[in-house]
Design a protein around this ligand. Structure first.
Ligand SMILES: Cc1ncc(COP(=O)(O)O)c(C=O)c1O
Length: 412
């Protein structure tokens, strides 16, 4: 006898594939029940400048964006995007290897080659996809990826996709890296993956020593410079440049979603066979290319970043002032000295971190509430990221807000 469709569907109770996330749902509900505003429900209703926005109805200083160089509102960056949208339309509707390569995709890759003084540049839809694509394509089954344990999720996902053997080492520990490299079988393919600046704590990698050790052991080196492009190093090329090892790095990964102020990701390299990656890298081939407007804005921004000397100096000044001010107030910080534009304020626990985050928001300050699993060692952080457009007065205002909120919550 034939069973009806409804009977068949109601016969078996489905295993709820979302049930494994119950602890996350509970933590969130506890915080909401304690009256803490939902950090995931923040809406930028109007953006007034790179450093100010109306968020959830409040005029707010932005101290938690990656708009390090304030390029989102640069008039030339906006004009280039508008013009490209008029000339080429809103989107590409195709992969780079089919109908998705427009004039501005070529141009942004030329801008990247000039910026890094490298032979090859390949643009992806995001930095996440750049790591996913480049790492999974370079290192596959039988190869080894030796990576800092605090690496960004996109690096881990790239490793998982490629199925290489993953060998993590203790964060920023040169000896641990060497030990791991020594254990890898002779003749195996090896890719050492590092970041210039680690985005949770804002600390910088000892690339000079690490790149040397990697090379001594016959490994290729990839450095993700997402959080250093534009303001670290003599030409803003990042930590590898600042530490004098950029010529020994095989692949640099970067993103447009931070200093460049748009969206997109990239890899630059001097490797003579680099261009083959365009044919074999799945997250490059099997997705639509970014709109020409985004590419034109990005190219303009990158070229302006090449001449960003004064802005860089001001960003560093802001970073030093905020770091010293917070330390003097008694906050526990992620680094002893400011090493980048990110300053991590370590909270005693998630609950007080969330309360502090909310108190700051009520003061009119937005910072990132960073929590496990994104953070190292289960820490809760209030992550402050500075912009070259923050004025000296704004930095003082920010310190006043931290002082009031910190005293109200009892953290200082
Ligand atoms: C180190 C690092 N790599 C890659 C990415 C991904 O960049 P995107 O936002 O372009 O996907 C990020 C984003 O935060 C990052 O911090």
């Amino acid at each position: 006898m034939a069973t009806s469709m409804t009977e068949t569907l109601s016969a078996a109770e489905p295993v709820d594939l979302l049930a494994k996330f119950d602890p996350i749902i509970q933590t969130r509900e506890q915080l909401l029940a304690a009256g803490v505003e939902d950090p995931f429900n923040l809406v930028m209703e109007q953006v007034l400048s790179p450093t100010r926005a109306i968020c959830n109805g409040r005029d707010t200083i932005l101290l938690g964006t990656y708009n390090y160089m304030g390029m989102t509102f640069d008039p030339d960056v906006i004009a280039a995007g508008k013009q490209a949208m008029e000339d080429f339309g809103a989107g590409t509707t195709g992969s780079r290897v089919l109908n998705g390569t427009f004039r501005d995709h070529r141009d942004v890759e030329a801008a990247l080659r000039d910026f890094y003084d490298m032979d090859h540049a390949m643009v992806f839809s995001t930095g996440y996809q750049a790591n996913l694509g480049i790492i999974s394509t370079l290192a596959g089954k039988g190869d080894y990826i030796i990576l800092d344990i605090d690496s960004h999720a996109s690096i881990y996902d790239g490793c998982a996709m490629g199925k290489a053997e993953v060998v993590p080492f203790k964060h920023n520990d040169v000896e641990a890296l060497e030990k791991r490299l020594k254990r890898i079988p002779e003749g195996a393919g090896k890719l050492v993956v590092l970041e210039g600046v680690y985005s949770m704590m804002g600390d910088v990698a000892p690339l000079r020593e690490m790149v040397r050790i990697a090379k001594e052991h016959g490994a290729m080196v990839l450095v993700d410079e997402a959080h250093s492009m534009g303001f670290i190093g003599e030409h803003g090329r990042g930590v590898a440049e600042a530490q004098g090892v950029i010529d020994d790095v095989d692949f640099i990964i970067g993103t447009f979603s931070k200093s460049v102020g748009t969206v997109g990701g990239f890899c630059v390299s001097n490797h003579p066979k680099f261009e083959v990656l365009r044919l074999v890298c799945r997250p490059y081939v099997f997705t639509a290319a970014l709109p020409p407007s985004v590419m034109a804005s990005s190219a303009t921004s990158i070229r302006k970043l090449m001449h960003g000397g004064n802005k860089r100096a001001h960003l560093w000044e802001n970073s030093r002032t905020l770091h010293k001010g917070l330390r003097d107030l008694g906050f526990k910080l992620g680094t002893d000295e400011p090493q980048s534009a990110i300053i991590a304020v370590i909270m005693p626990d998630l609950e007080r971190g969330a309360m502090m985050w909310e108190a700051l928001l009520k003061e009119g300050l937005y910072v990132n509430l960073a929590r496990p699993p994104a953070t190292p060692a289960g820490m809760t952080l209030l992550r402050c990221s500075l912009c070259a457009e923050h004025s000296a007065e704004q930095v003082q205002t920010i310190l006043g807000m931290f002082e009031r909120a910190g005293r109200a919550i009892g953290i200082i």
